[in-house]
Design a protein around this ligand. Structure first.
Ligand code: ATP
Ligand code: MG
Length: 377
């Protein structure tokens, strides 16, 4: 997907009265005066491409992932950046609760496989359009009686997007809405059944979750299932990943009626949480120490061969003596050093040093790269 799209795409899909569209988008006019926006999230672009490439005509379910930078004009702080990265998935074509279970379990597996600490999966259902219209009326009625206890922002949201009041982080708004009617009490029989089956599926997989009827999510396009994974180790910015079903979005953007569901994970927040115990395997590095007029030109060749064979290899092209090369190899943390001076070229033998044991052996220059590739395999 491109990193920017037409502004209208985001405004139409995410919704005009959301945080993203109201205040977080990086929008600019191109040379033709057309308004473009650096993508604040991935779903709108995936749906745009899905429609543009006619993917709904495929008989197989369309399942996608993306990974890349997103842009939001927010106040930068720990876990909240203006350019951050999301990994996300989108699954098109199935209205079955099994698709919800598949997508939620994928998110849960991804995060638990990384051994992230203190994770909680929160689940909610926003019902369908009709449920939501009915609920909004009940909610606004409730809010009317507490209007003066709400922040300025929420008083405005009451008119434009009352569900977002439940999302407000302001402690006073939270207290004022503690007793708010629950959306899950306004679900139709069908929506209720869908949510029950999603929960049954998660129970079947022994995936733990808590129900959070306040989880309305900041985007307009969600229907039925919404979910979020939070961690108690993240401080204020505690959401690691989130998603939901968006059965109306493809149609809203001009495609055929298509059920769909997806999630996005914030990778910077994931990396903030990675426990120290998750030691990433450090690849063994080979340093090439080539010096002297003939040695140096052979060194370039050996470096190229090693890298072509997939062996992590490096050299310091400023070094002109063996001593400097060895010092730099040490700094790079190399496991092996291939030493090639003019003498080695004459003999046709390189000297390979194991930096841990300090043992050295002679290996023919013509096969030294292959020899090391085999050894490091
Ligand atoms: P938040 O409540 O933290 O503002 P959000 O609801 O705006 O999150 P989503 O639109 O659901 O976030 O994006 C999915 C994930 O992307 C979030 O759970 C989070 O991990 C990550 N994310 C969102 N905004 C940022 C940001 N500005 N910097 C870093 N990560 C972010
Ligand atoms: Mg946000």
């Amino acid at each position: 997907m491109p990193h920017f799209e037409s502004t209208e795409l985001f405004a139409r899909s995410i919704g005009a009265s959301t945080d993203i569209v109201e205040k977080e988008m990086y929008t600019f006019a191109d040379r033709d005066g057309k308004l473009l926006t650096l993508r604040p999230e991935g779903t709108a672009g995936v749906v745009r491409a899905y429609i543009e490439h006619n993917l709904s005509t495929s008989a197989v379910l369309q399942k996608y992932f993306y990974l890349g930078p997103m842009f939001r004009h927010e106040r930068p702080q720990a876990g909240r950046l203006r350019q951050f990265h999301q990994f996300g998935v989108e699954s098109f074509g199935s209205a079955s609760p099994l698709a919800d279970v598949e997508v939620v379990s994928l998110l849960w597996r991804f995060l638990t496989d990384l051994q992230l600490p203190g994770l909680t999966l929160e689940m909610n259902s926003l019902g369908d359009q009709a449920d939501r219209t009915a609920y909004k009326a009940v909610l606004v009625d409730f809010l009317q009686h507490r209007k003066d206890r709400l922040c300025q922002n929420c008083q405005r949201r009451m008119e434009t997007n009352p569900l977002r009041v439940l999302d407000c982080k302001n402690p006073e708004c939270r207290t004022a809405t503690e007793e708010a009617p629950r959306i899950t009490d306004s679900l139709s029989t069908n929506s209720r059944a869908h949510f029950d089956q999603v929960q049954a599926g998660l129970n079947e997989l022994l995936i733990p979750y808590v129900l959070n009827p306040r989880l309305v999510r900041g985007l307009d396009y969600y229907t039925l299932t919404t979910f979020e994974v939070t961690s108690q180790h993240l401080g204020a910015q505690n959401a690691v990943g989130a998603g939901g079903r968006y059965d109306g979005l493809v149609e809203t953007l001009g495609g055929p009626k298509t059920p769909a569901i997806g999630f996005a994970v914030g990778l910077e927040r994931v990396s903030l949480m990675l426990p120290d115990s998750v030691a990433l395997p450090v690849p063994q590095l080979v340093a090439v120490a080539a010096f002297g007029p003939q040695g140096s030109s052979f060194g370039v060749r050996v470096l190229h061969e090693l890298r072509s064979l997939g062996v992590p290899a490096d050299t310091d092209s400023r070094a002109t003596s063996l001593k400097t090369h060895l010092r730099q190899a040490d700094r790079m943390g190399a496991s092996y050093v291939v030493m090639i001076g003019d003498d080695e070229v004459v003999k046709g033998q390189a000297l390979v040093r194991n930096m841990t044991t300090k043992e050295q052996e002679e290996v023919p220059l013509s096969t030294v790269a292959r020899h090391l590739a085999d050894r490091l395999r």
